[in-house]
Design a protein around this ligand. Structure first.
Ligand SMILES: C[S@@+](CC[C@H](N)C(=O)[O-])C[C@H]1O[C@@H](n2cnc3c(N)ncnc32)[C@H](O)[C@@H]1O
Length: 220
């Protein structure tokens, strides 16, 4: 379950959310474009389950090559923006808390999560990894992208750490409203430490602004 403030933050931010994809920075744009290419390849011909799909930025990219997509988010405001997009394959947008969404087991070729892992409380990693492992088909893949701290400043607008080591920071909307949001950052080694014991790590890309992974089930 996501805490109330984070839920409200994303509902309130929906209309300005995609500004993160339009920053005037060639390095960011190149990293995002390269990731979009990798994701199109990964999604090709697969049935995709996307958790926390937001406004559908990555949904649209995957839809260019995927067979079909089920995309889940709990924000009605985000899903309305997603619904206004043109998709290249059938896309089912579902308003639900992803932890409560009852996905059929072992039935999706790709589980996708854009910019979610950084918001996942550390103390719930076991439940989180079970949530993304369960619906994965035996030959399926998991894809994630998330932020690296910019300007070498992991504690930018940092407010506190909690007892589990989760980092909290202040986020401000264009109209000045402020929210305290859980946002964790990771070194490359920490990411390997999260994923390698639980999955086969096909790829880890650790860029200036973003990291991304492609994982496979390590089930026998
Ligand atoms: C950082 S945004 C990422 C959106 C999108 N995946 C992207 O990469 O552009 C996080 C999203 O998670 C959604 N969210 C937060 N908690 C959730 C939950 N428990 N179940 C489903 N969606 C959730 C928010 O509504 C928001 O759209």
């Amino acid at each position: 379950m996501t805490d109330h403030q984070t839920v409200q933050y994303y509902r309130d931010r929906a209309r300005e959310y995609e500004a993160i994809y339009h920053r005037d920075d060639p390095v960011r744009q190149k990293e995002l474009a390269d990731e979009a290419d990798r994701l199109r390849t990964l999604a090709k011909g697969r049935r995709v389950l996307e958790f926390a799909c937001g406004s559908g930025w990555w949904t649209r990219i995957m839809s260019e090559t995927a067979e079909s997509i089920v995309a889940v988010d709990l924000s009605k405001e985000m899903l309305q923006i997603a619904a206004s997009k043109s998709f290249g394959c059938p896309v089912d947008l579902i308003e639900s808390d992803m932890t409560l969404y009852n996905a059929p087991p072992a039935s999706f070729g790709l589980i996708a999560l854009g910019f979610w892992f950084s918001h996942q409380p550390r103390e719930n990693y076991d439940d989180f990894f079970e949530m993304i492992r369960r619906p994965l088909a035996p030959d399926g893949r998991i894809w994630m992208i998330d932020n690296n701290p910019f300007e070498d400043d992991p504690l930018h607008e940092h407010t506190r750490f909690d007892q589990h080591g989760n980092n909290f920071k202040t986020r401000r909307l264009n109209d000045g409203r402020e929210y305290e949001i859980l946002k964790n950052y990771f070194t490359e080694q920490e990411l390997r430490g999260c994923f390698v014991p639980r999955f086969n790590l096909d790829r880890l890309t650790f860029g200036t602004y973003y990291w991304s992974v492609a994982l496979r089930c390590n089930c026998s």
